[in-house]
Design a protein around this ligand. Structure first.
Ligand code: S3P
Length: 172
């Protein structure tokens, strides 16, 4: 069994919320890559994007993903763009059981539409942007994952965490 569990998926798919519950269920530590990035820079994610640019953010993301991959017994919530960089996937898959939270577009939109903390979605037509980015990334989420769990508006975070726990312990 791999030491860690890494949750991947689009913005708003519930990686942090479900990750916290899953970590409790399995008595593992929870870490959130975006929080670690913000703490290291002493800035919010929108501030990092605005002041230093996306490439700078991606470099930090890569460094922190690599460092956390070396830890044991942790549940890792990644940022939605983690799969863009193959180095991240390689590092995560080395030590983590990678789980894709496959959330419907409508559910994603519902959860992020009032959020101001996601610079990539700070555009006029957010729904179209989500659809476009999602269609480009979907294949990467799928091929990176050991296990995929479907999520829609009716999903409950405890049931989802329980499904992941069962798949992790008993295989899928
Ligand atoms: C991003 C997702 C965000 C954050 C950054 C970029 C992306 O994390 O890492 O805004 O490229 O999808 P969440 O998925 O937690 O919103």
């Amino acid at each position: 069994m791999k030491d860690n569990i890494a949750l991947i998926g689009f913005m708003g798919s519930g990686k942090s919320t479900i990750g916290r519950v899953l970590a409790k269920f399995l008595d593992m530590k929870f870490v959130d890559i975006d929080r670690l990035i913000a703490a290291r820079e002493k800035k919010t994610i929108p501030e990092i994007f605005a002041e230093k640019g996306e490439a700078y953010f991606r470099k930090l993301e890569r460094d922190i993903v690599y460092e956390e991959s070396l830890e044991n017994n942790i549940v890792i919530a990644t940022g939605g763009g983690v799969i863009i960089d193959n180095e991240n996937i390689k590092a995560l898959r080395e030590t983590s059981y990678v789980v894709y939270l496959d959330c419907t577009i409508d559910c994603i939109y519902d959860r992020v539409k009032n959020s101001k903390t996601r610079p990539l979605l700070n555009v006029e037509n957010m729904y179209e942007k989500i659809k476009d980015l999602h269609s480009k990334r979907e294949i990467l989420y799928k091929i990176s994952a050991d296990y995929t769990v479907k999520i829609d508006k009716s999903s409950n975070m405890y049931d989802t965490a329980e499904k992941i726990k069962q798949a992790y312990i008993y295989g899928n």
